[in-house]
Design a protein around this ligand. Structure first.
Ligand code: IPD
Length: 268
């Protein structure tokens, strides 16, 4: 982190706020889904957005602005506002919108508080799997009230690896080629459909590793912090800091380099 480090009290306050607002937003999403969704598409015909994505983002920004009017926001559905406090909230109101539309489990709401572009607190609420994850920088990660700490990983050949795919055909063809190289060399692959939940699955040991290219900041911010605070290494293929638009890798530190080598061999 550059600039001044936030104090523990501020980190804890931001984390609780992220958690409470994420839970409230998923309650709204569940209610709106039951009333019937208006479904639209964005970048491609496969990239869905619903009235609930927009309503949840509006709710999140209204709640955050009421309590912290000087903060900025960056939301998937366009909720960008600059602030003066140095804190910017990076928001995915519904990560895994395709799951949400199909009533397929695994979607979630992801909210992170960032300072100087670095997440310092965040939460991911995923009601269909009954999970609320949160973390604060230097303060650990939890699933509900249970602290998360990664266990030693299996060898790569026995690792369960999560990944995801973008929305353009070209991007998917490249991702499929990498996947084809990986699949015979790991235990198995999971494609849950929500990057924030995948990163939390690394944090909670539900998968051993996760990689994906071409994410957006709101897919990454809260989940990456939660994984890192649980003890995972989250980074780029060259071991540098994770950049959403590049290839993001998350795993136990003992698995990270070998997974990166395998991904590089695969052409990532
Ligand atoms: C998507 C999901 C998906 C991932 C895509 C994301 P969205 O987010 O996280 O798992 O593979 O890269 O764009 O569009 O459902 O908010």
């Amino acid at each position: 982190m550059t600039g001044s480090e936030p104090g523990a009290d501020l980190v804890d306050d931001l984390r609780l706020l992220a958690r409470d607002v994420a839970v409230e937003a998923t309650d709204l999403a569940v209610r709106l889904r039951a009333e019937g969704l208006d479904v639209d598409s964005k970048s491609t015909a496969t990239d869905l957005v619903t009235n609930a994505d927009r309503a949840c983002e509006d709710l999140i920004i209204a709640r955050l602005s009421a309590l912290r009017p000087d903060d900025g926001t960056l939301g998937e559905e366009g909720g960008a506002r600059s602030g003066t406090s140095g804190v910017v909230w990076v928001i995915d109101p519904i990560d895994g919108t395709t799951n949400f539309v199909y009533d397929h489990p695994g979607w979630g709401c992801s909210i992170a508080a960032c300072i100087d572009g670095v997440a310092v607190a965040g939460a991911v609420a995923a009601p269909t799997i009954g999970a609320v994850f949160s973390a604060g920088a230097g303060r650990g990660a939890t699933l509900g009230d249970t602290p998360l700490r990664l266990q030693p990983p299996p060898v790569l050949a026995e690792a369960l690896v999560a990944t995801g795919f973008g929305y353009s055909g070209e991007q998917r063809a490249a991702q499929a080629s990498i996947l084809g190289h990986l699949l015979p060399r790991v235990r198995d692959i999971r494609r849950v459909g929500a990057a924030a939940v995948d990163l939390c699955s690394v944090a909670s040991g539900r998968v051993d590793a996760y990689y994906e290219s071409g994410l957006a900041p709101w897919d990454l911010a809260a989940g990456a912090l939660i994984a890192a605070e649980a003890g995972a290494r989250v980074g780029a293929l060259d071991g540098g800091p994770a950049v959403a638009s590049g290839l993001v890798v998350a795993s136990h530190p003992l698995l990270f380099d070998e997974l990166c080598r395998l991904l590089a061999d695969a052409g990532a």
